[in-house]
Design a binder for this molecule. Structure first.
Ligand SMILES: Cc1cc2nc3c(=O)[nH]c(=O)nc-3n(C[C@H](O)[C@H](O)[C@H](O)COP(=O)(O)O)c2cc1C
Length: 159
């Protein structure tokens, strides 16, 4: 295991001598073979070629329910809902970088991705403390210069 930087979990080196990362890609389009997942595929290919280890989680096909806002977790305990989020939480805590992949829906992310992000609430502190790297991949229909303004702003605030 190489020396860890910034709490990284990664072991080994990339093609250019950097630290190899564990990267978790969270896809969220109902179109399995759609545009956002195509963009993600290209990202994954590049990341793997560079020597990173990539895992994909498909939020659009997972069993993840919206946060109930019950606060029984106190932002740091187990969630009272028993679904696929527990497994995703484990994966997130083992990763160095999160990549959010979404189609643009009314200037924001898909409901599938928003549902996952809302469920971060039950481990918000642990997640913030990890200082994860993050990236966003979005597919949209139009190409006006402000198309991505709102989703970019939200994601920058989250990161
Ligand atoms: C509910 C809904 C809302 C959408 N809102 C926008 C939008 O605000 N701006 C835009 O450019 N495209 C919008 N689109 C188009 C999608 O973002 C676009 O088709 C995208 O490429 C779909 O990605 P996917 O193939 O990964 O699902 C919307 C599509 C749907 C179904």
């Amino acid at each position: 295991m190489k020396e860890k930087r910034d709490g990284q979990q990664a072991a080994g080196l990339t093609a250019n001598g950097g630290l190899s990362m564990n990267i978790l890609v969270i896809e969220s389009s109902p179109h399995k073979k759609g545009s956002s997942n195509l963009l993600a595929e290209n990202f994954i290919q590049g990341a793997e070629e560079a020597g990173h280890k990539v895992t994909v989680f498909d939020a659009a096909r997972a069993n993840i329910h919206p946060c109930l806002g019950c606060d029984s977790c106190g932002m740091s305990g187990p969630c009272c809902q028993k679904d696929d989020m527990a497994g995703l939480r484990e994966q997130i805590m083992q990763t160095d970088m999160l990549v959010f992949v979404t189609p643009l829906y009314y200037f924001g992310m898909s409901a599938q991705l928003k549902t996952v992000i809302d469920r971060f609430y039950s481990f918000n502190g642990a997640l913030t403390g990890k200082n994860l790297k993050a990236a966003l991949i979005v597919a949209a229909w139009d190409n006006r210069d402000w198309t991505m303004k709102d989703i970019k702003h939200i994601t920058e605030e989250l990161a």
